[in-house]
Design a protein around this ligand. Structure first.
Ligand code: F3S
Length: 79
């Protein structure tokens, strides 16, 4: 028997590994609610990286499409 923990209220976060980011800008194009480019053309997260549930698919899409594997999604408990 599986015991469910119930609905989680964990807020997921996106982050950008700035050492990896090469400014491909796919993240900002695919999820402008979550990413923007800084003056050097590197990505940075908006709203401290918090991902509202309705933007989780976009966060995953951005992660999949970053050719440098610079986009990460965490729940704050694991990296
Ligand atoms: Fe950088 Fe990847 Fe976005 S290289 S600008 S984090 S698509």
């Amino acid at each position: 028997m599986t015991v469910s923990k119930g609905l989680s209220s964990t807020v997921l976060h996106v982050s950008v590994d700035r050492k990896r980011c090469q400014g491909h800008a796919r993240c900002a194009a695919l999820a402008p609610e979550l990413f923007e480019l800084d003056e050097d053309g590197a990505a940075r997260v908006l709203a401290e990286g918090a991902v509202p549930p309705h933007l989780l698919d976009k966060a995953r899409l951005a992660r999949r499409n970053c050719p440098e594997f610079a986009v990460h999604i965490t729940d704050g408990e694991c990296a």
